[in-house]
Ligand binder design. Structure first.
Ligand SMILES: O=C(O)CC1=CCC(=O)O1
Length: 253
């Protein structure tokens, strides 16, 4: 499968992979790329069924989403990279750090969770989009993604609503099923990548307690809680997230 991606920054710089959340696309990272590309080769991509990446028939597992990243890295000749992911992007990052530790250098997990039940709710959501398409997701999603203050910006609302509606329902559904079946917890303690966890204080989808649970299990990891910030904290608090990511990833330089 051809994973839609974009590369920015010096060709010989260390690579940072950016992985989007469910219902968004690689433009989730628009406000990170200019800052990160000063020091890194930034590789942002679309999760399957999102943006320009095709949607094979679901259900998917995190092994499929992580496998897409490994295939992409192989196709670009990248042996090892830093990785930042929001939500299902962070779940993809945890899977990679657990199952392909030689490929992941430093890890940044933004507004994510290692266990986001109930599985039934994700399977129900998958069924809704398969039957009715993406439209029913718009109204419930935006208030989870941004605080009311951030939603007052019509440009932001239009950008994120359009990306959500442009998802292929089968791909979005398959990603819901990957969350329903994820099994990250038992191996979190084996993650060796230096790990930064960022949470949004006002995130109703993966509240800071989810970040606390990851930090309690991943050796040497640390948590930063941003406010005001809901689920898409990197889009709501770009300056703070850029500072944290640059600090985390440049420690290895
Ligand atoms: O429901 C949402 O849109 C929030 C979310 C959970 C996992 C993910 O990637 O986004």
């Amino acid at each position: 499968m051809i994973v839609n991606h974009e590369l920015t920054g010096p060709p010989d710089a260390p690579v940072v992979v950016l992985s989007n959340s469910i219902g968004t696309d690689l433009h989730l990272w628009d406000e990170q790329v200019p800052a990160l590309a000063e020091r890194f080769r930034v590789l942002r991509y679309d999760q399957r069924g999102h943006g320009g990446t095709p949607a094979p028939p679901g259900p998917y597992g995190l092994a499929d989403l992580g496998g897409d990243v490994l295939e992409l890295l192989d196709s670009l000749g990248v042996r090892r990279a830093h990785f930042a992911g929001v939500s299902i992007g962070g779940m993809t990052g945890m899977w990679l750090a657990e199952h392909a530790p030689d490929r992941i250098d430093r890890l940044a997990l933004i507004c994510t969770s290692a266990e986001l039940g109930p599985a039934r709710g994700w399977r129900d959501r998958a069924a809704v989009v398969r039957e009715q398409g993406m439209q029913p997701m718009v109204e419930p999603s935006l208030p989870k993604w941004f605080t009311p203050e951030a939603l007052a910006d019509p440009v932001r609302v239009e950008k994120f609503s359009k990306a959500l509606q442009a998802c292929v329902p089968e791909g979005y559904a398959g990603c819901c099923e990957a969350i329903a079946s994820m099994d990250l917890l038992p191996r979190l303690g084996a993650i060796a990548a230096p790990t930064l966890v960022i949470a949004g204080a006002e995130d109703p989808a993966t509240p800071p307690e989810h970040g606390e649970r990851i930090v309690a299990a991943v050796p040497g990891s640390r948590l930063e809680v941003l406010s005001p910030a809901a689920h898409l904290a990197n889009a709501e608090q770009p300056a703070a997230v850029n500072r944290l990511l640059l600090d985390h990833f440049t420690r290895s330089l």
